[in-house]
Design a protein around this ligand. Structure first.
Ligand code: ZN
Length: 440
């Protein structure tokens, strides 16, 4: 799930949250057919052969460490730029080169993005190296650098608009800008969610109509749609050619209003059985039917409102306390942008467990919805779902026994072992149980 990839930089918090996105789901492997009634709960629902297990543990540890180190480094580098007077010098360059506010913002932002981009590059290179070494990515270095360049330009363009809007609100509402800028940010979030399927996603991947290449599959997916009692026209179903870059399986719901759609990765079609694809699609349909995108936007709005208020107070305090040392005298100085980024990055890290808990809750709902949605369409929904998680976990090298703290802080989805175990044990069609979303 997770959508937009504009991570970092200028109000990265805002855009990380834009990742109000959809799902990361399951796939492949031949479906065995144990009956859902004879469930053996004594063995784990998700297991890996010894060699894969070693790789999965090593890869998870490396990814987790890299994630925390990147976050800490992102915060530390802003602190260093302020303390060493780099921010002050960058601000002087911008102010000396032009008297025009728009030009000054453009120059200052460019300096900041180049410097932080260079600081982040080693960790980015290492992350891609890891993904390739562990078979998660097949993207060439030129293509990877191309994506970095596109992300840089996109970030620059969006950040420029946000920065102009931010300083306009600070000038006009010196004590209430956190509230006004929150409203402005929500316009950006809504616009971003709406246009990203049209404008941003196609910059990074190729999309085509799912029906054009896989008409038989669309028929099977329409069975799920029909059972859920909704309508998703085939023109809102897309196939993404993910195999050009990655090996993992995925599907997601994205967009908003007229741009709302379901996207299935071609890797999923290649590795999953038709039954499993129906389950994966059922999960995505859950996000679609249960309105998880509007819900996610609402949740984002709340998190941003609280973050901006706390951020506003923290920025005032930091300028009063360190403004002289950092040579950022007021919140109207361009250098104040770096203080705001510092504060928002820190708040973003601290609120990560909350946003991830919300995401895991949505994902669990979608898992339930998906399993109920394929009842009567596949011979054994529990086995289909469990084996789908087995394949998803094997291909993505999911750790069968992740640390609870790491799950709590960083997992946007419940862990694969938890999802597989839930799938194996969930059968609301037996006497005494009631399905949550479908009639018995
Ligand atoms: Zn999902």
């Amino acid at each position: 799930m997770r959508l937009l990839r504009l991570r970092r930089i200028v109000l990265s918090l805002l855009f990380c949250l834009l990742t109000v996105t959809p799902a990361a789901l399951p796939a492949q492997t031949p479906v065995q057919t144990p009956t859902a009634h004879a469930v053996d709960k004594s063995t784990p629902a998700y297991t890996l052969p010894p060699e894969t297990l070693h790789k999965a543990i090593a890869y998870s540890r490396a990814r987790t460490t890299l994630g925390f180190v990147s976050t800490a480094w992102g915060i530390l580098q802003l602190l260093l730029l302020l303390t060493l007077g780099v921010v002050y010098r960058m601000r002087n360059v911008a102010v000396n080169l032009s008297r025009n506010r728009w030009s000054q913002a453009g120059i200052f932002l460019l300096e900041l993005l180049i410097v932080t981009g260079l600081f982040d590059l080693p960790l980015g290179l290492f992350g891609h190296h890891l993904a390739v070494a562990y078979g998660q990515s097949v993207q060439s270095w030129p293509s990877w650098f191309g994506d970095q360049a596109k992300t840089f330009l996109l970030t620059y363009g969006i950040a420029f608009m946000l920065v102009m809007a931010l300083f306009w609100t600070i000038r006009n509402f010196p004590r209430r800008w956190w509230l006004v800028f929150w409203a402005v940010s929500m316009v950006f979030v809504l616009a971003g969610v709406f246009i990203s399927p049209y404008v941003i996603d196609p910059l990074f991947n190729h999309f085509e109509s799912l029906g054009a290449s896989n008409p038989a599959l669309v028929d099977r997916l329409e069975q799920v749609v029909h059972r859920a009692g909704v309508t998703i026209p085939p023109q809102r179903m897309f196939l993404m050619q993910a195999s050009a870059k990655v090996t993992g399986l995925n599907a997601y719901v994205t967009g908003f209003g007229a741009s709302k759609r379901v996207v299935v990765w071609d890797t999923t079609l290649a590795k999953a059985t038709p039954d499993q694809i129906q389950y994966i699609f059922g999960h995505e349909l859950g996000h679609y039917v249960l309105n998880h995108i509007p819900l996610g936007i609402t949740f984002t709005a709340l998190v941003l409102l609280v973050s901006f208020y706390i951020g506003f107070r923290a920025v005032q305090w930091l300028i009063a306390r360190y403004g002289r040392t950092w040579r950022v005298p007021t919140q109207l100085d361009w250098g104040a942008l770096v203080i705001m980024l510092l504060v928002l990055s820190t708040i973003g890290f601290l609120t990560q467990p909350i946003t991830n808990a919300f995401s895991r809750w949505e994902e669990h709902q979608a898992d339930i919805f998906g399993q109920e949605a394929i009842h009567s369409l596949v011979p054994d929904p529990a086995a289909t779902a469990r084996t789908a998680f087995q394949v998803l976990g094997e291909t993505s090298l999911a750790d069968p026994d992740p640390s609870p703290l790491v799950v709590f802080w960083t997992y946007s989805h419940p862990s694969i072992p938890d999802r597989a175990a839930f799938a194996r044990d969930y059968n609301p069609w037996v006497p005494g149980q009631t399905p949550r979303y479908f009639k018995k």
